[in-house]
Design a protein around this ligand. Structure first.
Ligand code: HEC
Length: 190
C-alpha cells in the first residue's frame, strides 16, 4: 500500500471509531454510592479513577476485592466454560473440551481462594473426587459415548454441590436445563 492510501485508511478507521461512540454524558454530578461508607472517606472527589484516586493501597485493595466478588463471578465464568464443554462434546471437538475443562478447574480454585469455607466441597466433591479427572480422561479418550456420560455426571455433581452449599434453588438455572441431554449423535455433525 502507498503511504497516501495507508493514511486514508487510518483516517477512515479513526473516523469510524469516533463516530461509533453512542453514549453521551448526562452531565450528572459524580458521587459515591451511599451503600459503601468507606468510599466517602476519599479525599479526592469521586471520579472515573476509582482505584488511583483512593487514599491509600489498603483502600485500593479493598475496592478490588469488593469489585471481584466471591463465588458468584467465578461461577458465571465457569458456567460459560461448562456450556462450551457441552458444545465441544456435541461437536466431538475434544481439544476444545479439554481447553475449557482445564480453565474451569482454575476458576474453581479461584472461587476457593476467595471463599475458603467452600474449599472443602470444591475439592471434596469436584476437583479431588475423581469427577474432574474422569471428565478429562473421557475427553482425551475421544470417545463420544464416554464424554457424554461423564458430562451428565459432572452436571449432577455441580447441582449436588449447590445443595450441599445451601443454594439448591440455583439448580433451576437455565444452564442445567440447556445441558440436560445431548442431541442424537450424528456422524456429519460438525
Ligand atoms: C462448592 C460447590 C460448588 C460446585 C462444585 C459448583 N458450584 Fe455453582 N455455585 C456454588 C455456590 C456456593 C454458588 C452461590 C454463590 C454465591 O452465593 O455468591 C454457586 C452459584 C452458581 C450459579 C449462579 C451464579 C450467579 O450468581 O449468577 C451457577 C449458574 C452455577 N453455580 C453453576 C455451576 C456449574 C455449571 C457447576 C459445575 C461445572 C457448578 N456451579 C459447580 C457452589 C458450587
Amino acid at each position: 500500500m502507498k503511504p497516501g492510501i495507508i493514511g486514508a485508511a487510518i483516517f477512515c478507521v479513526a473516523s469510524v471509531a469516533f463516530a461509533a461512540g453512542v453514549v453521551k454524558p448526562t452531565g450528572n454530578k459524580a458521587q459515591f454510592p451511599k451503600a459503601d461508607k468507606e468510599l466517602a472517606k476519599q479525599t479526592k472527589p469521586p471520579s472515573n479513577n476509582w482505584l488511583l484516586d483512593a487514599n491509600d493501597d489498603t483502600e485500593r485493595f479493598r475496592r478490588l476485592q469488593v469489585a471481584m466478588g466471591g463465588t458468584d463471578i467465578p461461577m458465571w465464568e465457569l458456567t460459560h466454560r461448562y456450556e462450551e464443554l457441552y458444545t465441544a462434546i456435541q461437536k466431538n471437538n475434544w481439544e476444545m473440551g479439554v481447553y475449557h475443562w482445564d480453565k474451569l478447574r482454575d476458576r474453581m480454585n479461584t472461587a476457593a481462594m476467595k471463599r475458603p469455607a467452600r474449599t472443602q466441597n470444591i475439592e471434596g466433591m469436584f476437583l479431588e473426587s475423581g469427577i474432574w479427572q474422569s471428565m478429562r480422561d473421557a475427553l482425551v479418550s475421544k470417545s463420544p459415548e464416554r464424554m457424554r456420560d461423564e458430562f451428565q455426571t459432572v452436571r449432577e455433581v455441580c447441582m449436588a454441590c449447590h445443595v450441599a452449599e445451601n443454594v439448591g434453588f440455583l439448580n433451576d438455572s437455565s444452564t442445567f436445563e440447556r445441558t440436560k441431554s445431548f442431541a442424537k449423535q450424528d456422524k456429519d455433525d460438525d
